[in-house]
Write a protein of this length. Sequence first.
Length: 279
Amino acid sequence: MNLLRSPLKKMIASLFVLGMLLVIAPEFVQAEHEGKVQILLLGDSTAEGSIPRQLKPEGPHLERILEQLLAAEGDLPACHVVNSSLSGEYIRRLFDSGRYDRDAAKLPGLDYIFIRYGLNDRARREKFTEFFPKDFHELLARLRKDHPNALLVPMTVIPFANEEDSKKINDLVFEVAKKEKLDVFDIYPRYATELKKGHNMLNYRRYPLAKVPEKYHALVKPFVSGDRVVVMANELDPILGDLPGWYGDRHPNLAGYNVIADETAKYLAKILRDKKAEK
C-alpha cells in the first residue's frame, strides 16, 4: 500500500504545508482573515448613524456601503467592515466604559482601523487641548498592542461644529498623527465641499414636538419618535423649515454617510492597490 496516497497521509501533508505558510508568511494570512480584508471603524455618533438606523433599519448603512463601493472597483480584495462606533462616545469614555476591551481589543485579523474622535472629546473632556492628544496617543498605543498588523488611520472630524472649532480639533489630530508617524485621512474638505451643494442636504432633522405648532401635530405624527419629530431629509422642510432651529441637528443622514463611505473607499482603494503593487 502506498501511504502517500492515503487520505490520512494527504491530510498530514496539507497541514504541514499550511504550518509552513504560517511560519514563513504571517503577513499573507493576516490580510485574509476568513478570506476578507478586515476593516474597523471607531468613532462617535457621526460614525455610528443611530438615527438613520432607526429610520431605515434595513439600510444599507455606512459599513455595508463601504464594502459595496470597494467591491465595485473590481480589482480589490474582498473586504469586511466592522462599525464599532457609538453615539456620545469620546476616547476617555471608550476606555472607562470598558467598551474598548469588550468590542475592539479582541477583534481578529484587523488590517485597517479608521479612528474618528474629537467632537464629544471637545465638549466633554476637561482640559481638552491637553487631554485629547494624550487620550489619542493612549488609544493608538493600545491598538498597536492589540492589533500589531493593522494600519492605523486617524481621521479628521466632519463639519459638525463651526469651522473654527472644527479646525481646533483637526489641528490636534494632525499633531498627534505627526508624532506617531501616521498619515491622516482628512475627510473634512470633501464633506465641506458637498455641503456647498446644499447646506442642509446631508443632515437629518430632529426637532422637539413641543415646539411644533399644534395644528401640524397630525401631519408630523408618522415622524414622531419619543418627544421629537425625526425626519431623514427634506420632506417637511417646505412646511416646517421656518421654525427656529429646525435645521439645528447637524448629524449626517444617509446621504451624509454616503459621502463618508465614498471618500473612505477612495482613500482605502489607493492603499490596497499600492499594497498589491508591492507584492
